[in-house]
Design a protein around this ligand. Structure first.
Ligand SMILES: [Zn+2]
Length: 669
């Protein structure tokens, strides 16, 4: 059973870096934190050098000092292990703790996160630091949870990782012939005679590397790159497990987390096995539609147990310093982001950071306390209002999820299978494909879970599974039972092509989903951004489509729409197939937003899924347990009529309508 974080409040506060300031500033800051309503502070994220100024010499006196002051003020601690930023003396001791990038270049000492995850020197030093920290704070009751390492970033391709990769492959495949067969290394004669032949897939031995350094776009042996990404995720899971074991040796009931940011091609779902609770950093872009941020929240709620509340570890109360253009948050925007997180299952509003850093990369990053050093600022006043609102929230809200009847699949391993191998569209972005269908539910105010392929399907009546290109047979069996037992499954183009080793299913796509879909795909056409086709529905509706176009051969499936042009004009592109007690809708080409709405309107109506509430377009309605959240994503004041008289929790009155100011919100029961 995963441990859960039982809180007696919604956490409000954020990262604090006292090491950047003299202790006399700490006292003033704590007064300001109290005025803001801060009840939780994250310490020690980048402080290894202060905890262990030289090899084996530990000094936690500075942490003792700030913890004592915070505790006296009733502020809880989120204790970071600090392992994201190894000190220079450790690099000097063993240069091999540095990462090697995908171009084969070894980094030099500098920015955080550049440690190699398999370095024995690094792991030994982590064990020693985290054990000392846990031993020192074993009796410290003000520590609410332990924040392992920090945001994951980038793979390492060093020689040591390469050796560990060979061992990892040998443990998985047992003998090299099996690997050769399953990877089809006979293509281009790249057969291995031993596991020792295998090299980490870098630009030095592969064709072309994508620009973010996270993987390949044109890899001659994509299975190897997919396996390397899996290996790297396992290395990170191992690191987190090591850190939590060191903590639990001294504090058996410690609760451990890591702040996810969904960068690179890590499998955040499997890494979550090493964590007790999920935390998320969330930095919505000002011009993004609301569903972009909600998507990540609906993922975070489903990482361990499905529909399980989580923690927001970081937001910015103003600028995000890395943005190309750093907008200030508009009036009300800071609180609206925080309340939207809580509506989707978060139990905190924590920020990076409390006091704005005086210099360096983040000196223009937003903070609760600005460089002015006081709270007479627009942002501070908005934060004070937010903390006051959080204190009004009923505590029982913390146990509720969203109880969705529909789920959409976004599987982190699938992301590798869709994006890494050479395909008919070279810049395919798996997450973007999934969001193309997720948007509908978010905009229609229908609560939805975002889940992985290995999770429980039986709790849903509808599952949307876009582009499940790489599909283990056991997941196809899960879909089979889901539909056989009465569920409605929505599949799309580019599904059921390969097994988990990127080896094509023979006998016609969508491979193991062919019977459920009641059809097979004879050809898969790809269109450029400028090229379009149309979808002509049997009910007369017409919309645009493009990107990928399946030429379908129907077996038991019945057509619901046809292509409007090209050599496959008048051939079916949307079908339904009754299978067992349920049915499968197959979307053979990518419809525009109107087309997605038209298809999913039919699905929702038939499954009798009902929106939380009908609202004006700019207002989102989310139901978390018995609590209704109405959130205004526009700058215009909007009045929303309620279906019946409800209790307004923040205003403490009964009402049958609410007036939402710009970026405003109401929470009702
Ligand atoms: Zn390495």
């Amino acid at each position: 059973m995963p441990k859960s974080l039982n809180l007696d409040k919604f956490l409000f506060g954020g990262d604090y870096s006292p090491e950047q300031w003299s202790p006399d500033v700490w006292d003033k800051d704590i007064e300001l934190m109290q005025d803001l309503g801060v009840n939780a502070v994250t310490l020690n994220v980048h402080s290894w050098i202060f905890d262990e100024p030289s090899d084996g010499v530990f000094d936690f006196s500075w942490l003792d000092g700030i913890i004592a002051k915070l505790k006296k003020s009733g502020i809880g601690i989120i204790m970071a292990t600090g392992t994201t930023a190894p000190p220079s003396w450790l690099y000097n001791k063993d240069n091999d703790i540095l990462k090697t990038d995908i171009k084969g270049r070894k980094f030099k000492y500098g920015v955080r996160e550049r440690f190699c995850p398999t370095s024995v020197t690094y792991i030994d030093a982590v064990k020693r630091l985290v054990s000392k920290l846990a031993e020192h704070y074993a009796g410290e009751k003000s520590i609410l949870l332990w924040h392992l390492n920090n945001e994951l970033s980038g793979f390492c391709y060093c020689e040591h990782c390469e050796k560990e990769f060979r061992k990892w492959l040998e443990a998985k495949y047992k003998n090299i012939d099996t690997l050769n067969r399953r990877w089809c290394t006979a293509m281009w004669g790249r057969c291995y005679t031993s596991f020792d032949d295998i090299v980490a897939p870098t630009e030095l031995n592969e064709l072309y590397v994508d620009v973010d350094g996270a993987g390949f776009d044109l890899d001659s042996l994509p299975t190897e790159a997919i396996e390397y990404a899996r290996f790297m995720s396992d290395c990170c899971e191992n690191l987190f497990a090591i850190e939590s074991e060191c903590i639990r040796r001294y504090i058996p009931d410690a609760i451990c987390t890591n702040n996810y940011q969904f960068r690179d091609r890590f499998n955040y779902h499997t890494i979550a096995r090493a964590l007790d609770v999920i935390s998320l950093d969330i930095y919505p872009n000002r011009n993004d539609p609301p569903y972009e941020a909600c998507f990540n929240l609906d993922i975070a709620r489903n990482f361990k147990e499905q529909d399980n509340p989580f923690i927001i570890m970081e937001m910015t109360p103003n600028h995000a310093s890395w943005a190309p253009v750093c907008h200030t948050k508009r009036p009300g925007e800071v609180a609206r982001i925080a309340i939207n997180n809580i509506a989707h299952g978060a139990n905190s509003a924590l920020y990076f950071q409390i006091r704005r850093t005086p210099a360096g990369f983040e000196k223009f990053h937003g903070a609760m306390i600005s460089h002015s050093g006081h709270l007479d600022t627009r942002i501070a006043k908005e934060l004070q209002q937010l903390s006051s609102d959080l204190r009004k929230l009923p505590l029982d809200m913390q146990k509720y999820g969203l109880d969705a009847r529909v789920a959409i699949i976004h599987d982190w391993d699938e992301k590798l299978g869709v994006e890494i191998p050479c395909s008919v569209q070279k810049n395919i972005d798996y997450t973007r494909e999934v969001k193309h269908y997720y948007r509908y539910f978010n905009e229609k105010n229908i609560n939805i879970d975002v889940i992985s392929l290995d999770q429980d399907f039986s709790r849903y009546s509808v599952i949307i599974a876009p582009v499940v290109c790489m599909l283990k047979k056991e997941y196809a069996e899960s879909f089979d039972s889901f539909v056989s037992n009465g569920g409605c499954l929505v599949l799309t183009y580019y599904s059921g092509y390969t097994d988990e080793c990127d080896y094509m299913y023979l006998g016609g796509q969508p491979g193991p989903l062919r019977q459920i879909a009641g059809l097979w795909v004879e050809e898969l056409d790809a269109l450029s951004a400028k090229e379009k086709n149309t979808i002509r529905f049997t009910d007369g509706y017409v919309c645009e489509s493009g990107w990928m176009c399946d030429v379908l051969r129907l077996e038991s499936a019945k057509p619901l729409a046809y292509y409007g042009s090209d050599y496959y004009k008048d051939s079916p592109c949307l079908t339904e197939n009754y299978y067992g007690k349920g049915k499968c809708i197959y979307i053979g080409t990518k419809p525009d937003d109107g087309g997605v709405d038209h298809i999913l309107d039919m699905v929702v109506k038939e499954a009798e899924l009902v929106p939380v509430m009908e609202t004006p377009k700019s207002v989102s309605a989310v139901k978390r347990g018995p609590y209704l959240f109405l959130i205004n994503f526009s700058e215009d004041e909007t009045i929303v009529k309620l279906p019946n008289t409800m209790h307004d929790i923040l205003e403490n009155n009964d009402t049958c309508s609410v007036s939402l100011k710009a970026n405003g919100y109401a929470i009702l029961k």
